[in-house]
Design a protein around this ligand. Structure first.
Ligand SMILES: [Zn+2]
Length: 348
């Protein structure tokens, strides 16, 4: 298989022969077409370089030693996708976070991908309506990574990354039909997903209903009451918003923090508080499905009876992530953006 077969063609055509790229190990300058000592492969070998030491293309190279030297120059970071490094990093990040939001905005949309095309063919969000459709996520990913539409290159790469994170696949390995890129340790896949939070940061708190009112509608903790509970826990900031549906209080309150270092810190600390109490995301997930409002008081997972006989609802909370977009109300969903915790912390 030639590198062109993997869609590197557009790069070869559009590429400036002298290009600076940044690798983990530092910045190296590669002058394609100008190969001092024969060390640097020309543009035709870029696909080979991309795929790194485990590349099947290596066998195609007539000069193995040249490849060996080249790989040594690049150090251990040969697994990094060069295509992603070739574009404006800010634009790529923006596109990635944008598509992460779009993909997660509704459960139905997300499931279409997670079901891997079994619910119907998939379209490319970057090309929009003009896009042809694809039988599964792999086919869509191949399209996004190998798109030859220069105008939408950054969008396609951002979508490629967003899809890989959603599926738990490796976005820093160029996708190919051997599907090696689909293998990523579960821990790493989870870390990639946990990294993407709603911004400004917020904590989602469950089980905040108080019972049925006289009119039959569900009632719950008011915003002020919740604010006070948060202050009692030692948080100076954080603004509560109860969520309501057709039948009243939904039993969900979101606590919003400011979109800055301090806000993030406080939101993380509040989420950690619930985690420490063993009332975090996992614990809430474990007691699902649950119908709030019916025999709640008999459920020890929902209501705790204090020593003095007082009944207290147990609150569950966690940091609002991209995957939680469909849990929050419409207004919040429209307003928030998605941010990478890792990148936010390192950029400040
Ligand atoms: Zn497309």
């Amino acid at each position: 298989m030639s590198p062109e077969g993997l869609g590197f063609r557009d790069n070869n055509q559009n590429h400036n022969p002298s290009t600076k790229r940044k690798y983990d190990g530092g910045e190296e300058e590669f002058r394609f077409g100008n190969k001092p000592n024969g060390l640097y492969p020309g543009p035709d070998y870029r696909g080979e370089f991309l795929a790194g030491t485990s590349s099947p293309f290596r066998r195609n190279l007539s000069d193995e030693s040249r490849a060996g030297k080249y790989i040594r120059i690049a150090g251990d970071s040969v697994g990094v996708i060069i295509k992603h490094l070739e574009v404006d990093q800010n634009k790529l990040k923006k596109a990635f976070l944008h598509f992460t939001k779009v993909i997660n905005e509704t459960e139905a949309e997300r499931n279409r991908y997670l079901e891997d095309g079994k619910q119907g063919r998939l379209q490319c969000l970057a090309c929009g309506r003009s896009s042809k459709d694809f039988p599964d996520v792999h086919a869509l990913i191949m399209h996004t990574y190998n798109s030859d539409n220069a105008d939408l290159n950054v969008d396609h790469l951002g979508l490629h990354k967003a899809l890989c994170v959603l599926m738990g696949w490796n976005y820093s390995k160029p996708p190919d039909n051997a599907k090696v890129y689909q293998f990523l340790p579960a821990e790493e896949a989870a870390a990639n997903q946990d990294d993407l939070i709603m911004w400004p940061p917020l904590v989602i708190i469950h089980n905040t209903v108080t019972g049925k009112g006289k009119d039959g509608r569900m009632e719950g903790l008011g915003n002020k009451e919740m604010d006070n509970r948060i202050r009692d826990l030692g948080f100076a900031s954080g603004k509560s918003k109860s969520l309501y549906g057709r039948d009243g209080h939904l039993g969900i309150t979101i606590v919003k923090f400011s979109g800055d270092q301090l806000g993030l810190k406080e939101a993380v600390r509040l989420a950690e508080h619930f985690e420490k109490e063993k009332h975090g995301r996992k614990a809430w997930g474990c007691i699902q499905p649950i119908k709030i409002g019916k025999d709640d008081e008999k459920n020890p997972n929902l209501v705790k009876v204090e020593r003095n006989g007082e009944k207290k609802r147990i609150l569950y909370g966690y940091l609002g992530m991209a995957v939680d977009l469909c849990t929050v109300d419409f207004e919040t969903r429209k307003k928030v953006s998605i941010e990478s915790q890792r990148e936010y912390k390192t950029s400040k």
